[in-house]
Design a protein around this ligand. Structure first.
Ligand code: FES
Ligand SMILES: [Fe+2]
Length: 434
């Protein structure tokens, strides 16, 4: 493939082949996926020594194992005898050993080959023979892997997100729900759909009466980015300015109520009840929004969530963070939704999307494992109106991008800046020296 033909042009137009071509997907695998850090699982999925998770990426499988109370290892998931995949899904290795299902070669949890049945009938093997390691590290309660033995340290790769997200203490959150599905589009189509608010007016017009989509701010951060009600954004309960309503034509209480109800999963029951309470009691000079923020702070604190380091605005504003290349989602104090997106095998027209609801555990909670639920077709489940609308777009975006009747993608300079930034970072990977 002619690399120049798929790089972003000087006119900032994004070639469509980046989303549709199998050759481009192969290039992306070689130069991007095999070099970046990416989340393989949450730490709590492998809480006990001997527990493992498989991370599938393209046609590769990586095995992540808790090898000791405070050690996690990752390996290429292949037996050194005749190549069999050693484990799939998630589970636990018994007797601290990884046993191949085929001829029963055994490895310890550090990957060392410890038993070869009828060893004397094989050519001698060096004593340190073992599974090929994959780089692994931890941050934010996530286990990250990189297929690149020369990858930079994880904290360097993530910079400046660890500092930005420190108050959220993501490592203390636990997974409440784990849902996965297949979407009929390139992995970037799925990421893009959650990395801008520009489509709200086109795709989710029903939320405009309670969503100020216009005043969202977007900001590249290192190779990553985020958006939301960033420091410069306006903060008040108002509808989208696109509706052209003037003050007096809308009701703050109704907006607050619709907003909390509309984002249902991100607010607890008592936080929803708080809206009614605030609406029912007369104002004492403070705005409804600031009263709600104070109330929510108190409720979260009572739940044990560390809220001291948040400004009032952060109590009702998500930080929508994009971890390059494939994780994005709204983060609130004490609760977060994370979308992890990957190519589905080597097919440029299909991706796997995992949705993780993470929440601050209540004191005294017995840690429960989230059940993994998989939907091979997204239409098998009702994801809620907003997400259903996003998913319904996917096949049309993917199909339309293949048309011979279009040039490249033209992005909005402000509201789609995070998507442009992603493409520029992808180009850096594609053109980096190998
Ligand atoms: S392939 Fe694993 S023991 Fe034979
Ligand atoms: Fe959307």
């Amino acid at each position: 493939m002619d690399l120049d033909s798929v790089l972003i042009g000087e006119d900032s137009v994004i070639p469509r082949a980046r989303y549709t071509s199998a050759e481009f997907a192969a290039l992306e695998f070689e130069r991007l996926w095999s070099r970046v850090w990416q989340v393989a699982c949450r730490e709590e999925e492998i809480a006990e020594v001997g527990e493992f998770c498989e991370y599938l990426l393209g046609d590769q499988s990586i095995l992540v194992v808790r090898s000791g109370p405070d050690t996690v290892r990752a390996f290429h998931n292949t037996c050194l005898h005749r190549g069999t995949r050693l484990a799939d899904g998630a589970g636990r290795f018994h007797d601290s050993c990884i046993r191949c299902r085929y001829h029963a070669w055994r490895y310890d949890l550090d990957g060392k080959l410890v038993e070869v049945v009828d060893r004397d009938e094989f050519e001698p093997m060096p004593p340190d023979t073992g599974l090929k390691p994959v780089q692994v590290d931890r941050w934010g309660g996530f286990v990250w892997v990189s297929l690149d033995p020369g990858a930079p340290p994880l904290v360097e790769y993530l910079d400046p997100l660890p500092a930005l997200l420190a108050p959220y203490q993501l490592h203390r959150l636990r997974m409440r729900t784990y849902l996965s599905t297949v979407l009929p589009a390139n992995w970037k189509v799925a990421v893009d759909a959650f990395n801008e608010g520009y489509h709200v007016q086109g795709t989710h017009p029903q939320i405009l009466p309670w969503t100020d989509d216009v005043s969202l701010d977007y900001e590249p951060l290192g190779i990553h980015s985020h958006y939301g009600r960033l420091p410069n954004a306006r903060r008040e309960l108002r509808p989208s300015p696109r509706l052209g309503l003037s003050e007096g034509e809308y009701d703050e209480g109704e907006i607050l109520e619709s907003f909390i109800r509309g984002l249902g999963g991100l607010f607890y029951k008592d936080e929803r009840a708080l809206v009614e309470e605030i609406r029912a009691t007369p104002q004492d000079g403070a705005t409804m929004l600031s009263r709600y923020q104070k109330g929510r702070r108190a409720l979260l604190a009572a739940r044990g969530v560390a809220v001291e380091d948040f400004a009032d605005d952060q109590l009702t504003s998500a930080n929508d963070v994009y971890f390059f290349p494939n994780m994005v989602g709204p983060i609130y104090p004490g609760i977060a939704i994370v979308f992890r997106v990957r190519p589905n095998g080597i097919d440029p027209d299909s991706c796997i999307k995992d949705t993780w609801f993470l929440e601050w555990p209540q004191e005294g909670d017995v840690p429960k494992r989230a059940q993994r639920r998989f939907f091979s077709d997204w239409t098998e489940r009702d994801w809620g109106e907003i997400t259903n609308q996003d998913y319904a777009n996917m096949e049309h975006v993917q199909m339309g991008m293949k048309s011979r009747g279009g040039a490249g993608l033209r992005l909005n300079r402000r509201q789609e800046v995070n998507i442009m930034h992603m493409h520029r970072v992808i180009d850096r990977y594609l053109t980096a020296d190998t």
